[in-house]
Design a protein around this ligand. Structure first.
Ligand SMILES: [Zn+2]
Length: 111
């Protein structure tokens, strides 16, 4: 494997991986702060960086059946949340292609 490529985000408000402190997501990519993760509150993001995807699986969430894959920090491999690949409920379709990050796994630096 080659050298790990770490993407750096610009902007005043960046969330970082709490474990290894690489950039994970920009505050401006937040769609909703009102989600429930495995470990408490979680945020829905349009886009995240420096993640790797786990295997695709079907999962029953509070909002119904979804196809998701877990997402991991590409630097330290800790699990950060999951990505919505597919939603079956029409009201949940907007989440397809978006990412859930667990608040507990993130840190804010300098804001
Ligand atoms: Zn990390």
């Amino acid at each position: 494997m080659g050298r790990l490529f770490i993407e750096t985000l610009s902007g005043p408000k960046i969330f970082k991986c709490r474990c290894c402190k690489v950039d994970t997501a920009s505050h401006s990519e937040i769609v909703s702060k009102d989600f429930q993760g495995r470990h408490g509150r979680a945020y829905l993001f349009r886009n995240v960086v420096n993640i790797s995807l786990g295997p695709i699986e079907e999962r029953h969430l509070t909002s119904g059946l979804h196809i998701v894959n877990d997402i991991y920090c590409s630097s330290c491999q800790q699990i950060l949340g999951w990505k919505y690949e597919k939603a079956y409920e029409p009201s949940q379709k907007y989440k397809e292609g978006m990412y859930i990050l667990e608040k507990e796994r993130l840190m804010k630096e300098g804001w």
